[in-house]
Design a binder for this molecule. Sequence first.
Ligand code: HEM
Length: 408
Amino acid sequence: PSAVGLTTGNAPLPDFPQLRTCPYQPPPGYRDLRLAEGPVVRARLYDGRPTWVVLGHAVARELLVDPRLSSDWGRPDFPSPSPRRKAIQKATMLIGMDQPEHSAYRRRVIPSFSVRRTRELGESIHRRAGELVDALLEQGPPAEILRGLALPLSSHTICGILGVPYEDHAYFEEQSAMLVASHASEEDATGALTNLRDFLVSLVDRKEKEPEPGEGLLDTLVHKDLAEGSLSREEVIALGIILLMAGHETTASMITLSTFTLLQHPGQLEAFRADPDAAGPAVEELLRYLSIGDVAMRIAAEDITVGDVRIEAGDSVMLSAAEINRDPEAFEDPDVLDLGRGARHHLAFGYGVHQCIGQNLARAQLRSALTLLFSRIPGLRLAVPAEEVEIKPAQSGVQGIYELPVAW
Ligand code: HEM
């Protein structure tokens, strides 16, 4: 049945979130809803709770800077798109906070993610990406992009920034993977969050005992903020958890899905290979097109009117970046992947006070990974039919694919 009829009369509301049927396209049901009902529609969450779903670019930008829309995950009535996300929402640091608390924490970590700091790190990110691509070449085909390139690059990068020993990567990758795994129950996700917390507790303990601080952000937080008493141990641990969690899964997924998408668009790939200077805009377009951080969650703290929609205090509001970034009023021919588009007003990193802290870092990794992969392995191709590449289900949080087998 078309989604149109589903929301009228007493018919059940459509589900949110919905499944992608192609790894790089938004769920088709969102388009039906936007065309039938406009940029803000009604839907139903997994637990039966009704929600507003924002699908239009202009309304999303208006709402994401509206302080009446709260990100306070600590509220008992804060909505969740899946049981697994409900568990993660216990980690409220930064992303699950409102002002002024949010800014107070964000201020302390932002210098480690600035444009300047990322530029300084660019060379080592590029070197690491090169080593990983060379290792793939040396090992010979077939290879797998997520585990062979994307995940080691993103984990290594965030470890360097935070001062987490890279030797521990397998452990925290496993816990983070469980946190975003679609099959994870609320208990699984809670267990993984506890493990991640224990990991940070012992790391903070170790750092406190080191006579000289290392160069990572956690070293600064331990030896300065914790030592001065301006942050508690719990706060340092919570900052470590969110940064470690947000820092690698997203970027790894974006590198893997970008590789797949480029291989599926040979004309665009040829242009990408021909002009390494165009990698910046190309990455921006891939971010818009793929929008892997698809669901932003909010709750109305007060009544809000947007257009002809009245959102009442206590209502759930979910924003779908994937559909928002395909809004024809914001992007010409939005469904066309056009690496030369040069549009930077997409919402793939969110908008407003919660806009992604790691966006410069993610861009640098994407640029290096994709340019080196396609220049050093010019014959790169999928090792399985495209239809066999398995898509993560709708509720996985970070959109993506489980693995990407390639050959050359
Ligand atoms: C916030 C996407 C990489 C850390 C966000 C938000 C989005 C997003 C959409 C806003 C969520 C909201 O408004 O509720 C992405 C994508 C990435 C990526 C698509 C990769 C391509 C990273 C990296 C880090 C990071 C590398 C590094 C630590 C964070 C943090 C927040 C955030 C801490 C919360 C910021 C706040 O609330 O002030 N990200 N992210 N992300 N991201 Fe990213």
